[in-house]
Design a binder for this molecule. Sequence first.
Ligand code: B12
Length: 258
Amino acid sequence: MKEKIREFVLGMGVDDVGFAAVADYHSPRSPKVETIFPAAKSMVVMAYKELSSCESPNMQIAFNGRMDVMEFSRSCNYKLARFLEREFEAKAMTVPASYPMEMSLKTMGSVGDISLRHAAVTAGLGAFGRHNIVIHPKFGTRVVFTAVLTDLDLPSDPPVPEDLCTQCNLCVESCPAGALDEAGKTDVNKCLKNSQPYGIGANIRFWNKFVDSPPEEQKKMFKDENFWRLYQAGFIGFQYFCFNCLKSCPLGQSNKKA
Ligand code: B12
């Protein structure tokens, strides 16, 4: 069954796929899988190579590369879930690349319903690096994941045996926010402030200032590029303006065939 699923996933153009038994998935900060899908027994985790767009100093182009992967991955999630339902009469539920996500004050929008990094490690698709993201044995750090939860009883793939991170520290040194200074922990606030400058914090600051400003100042604020960028974020959704920990990692930079 795993081989049939693997063949289907790779046939869609996904770069790699792995299987994680729910019993082997441990992400202490994430919700329990049974609260999402009580009958879930396994996850099919898909890995997508990030485009070279992440190297661009032009942040529209850099983030557009991510939007392409997210759009493609959403369609692969749906196609795989339908394949499992059709071919194996399974129940299947999809896990998004990023959003939607729980937005309570407790988590502040920083905890996904399923931790795709922990799922990917369990599915043998890589190992955590010094940057706290997962390094794939072939695609290095430049990889993102989605998953499909299913009630099919599929055993986990073997874990990646070796430590893939070379501890070169380039990710730590290139983080403009110092968010990776403490090993094993990303400082979420530092990362967010720098990487999503037009997120919820900027929105609150803008509108707070707006309501306290006289009409002439308000007119000026609407002409300011800050407002135009917030406006764009309003219909695009979240946007990353930093890819440094991903693009500085030497692992996965080359697309050349061996
Ligand atoms: C919310 C979120 C964020 C938040 C908060 C991150 C966080 N600390 O969890 C912010 C905005 C800061 C963020 C930033 C980034 N993110 Co993000 N993010 C997510 C999201 C949606 C949820 C993450 C989550 O649930 N975290 C909560 C829990 C699980 O985290 P945790 O228990 O605290 O675990 C942390 C540590 O304990 C540590 N850790 C846990 N176990 C172990 C074991 C070892 C050995 C080590 C060393 C560390 C370690 O790693 C975690 C990171 O802090 C996921 C998608 C998803 N559904 O998983 C993407 C995701 C994690 N993000 C991703 C990416 C690529 C990024 C960025 C590079 C942004 C960008 N420009 O693309 C940066 C990287 C920041 C970094 N170096 O840590 C990818 C990672 C892919 C990969 N190769 O691993 C994911 C999986 C999205 C995807 N679909 O692929 N992200």
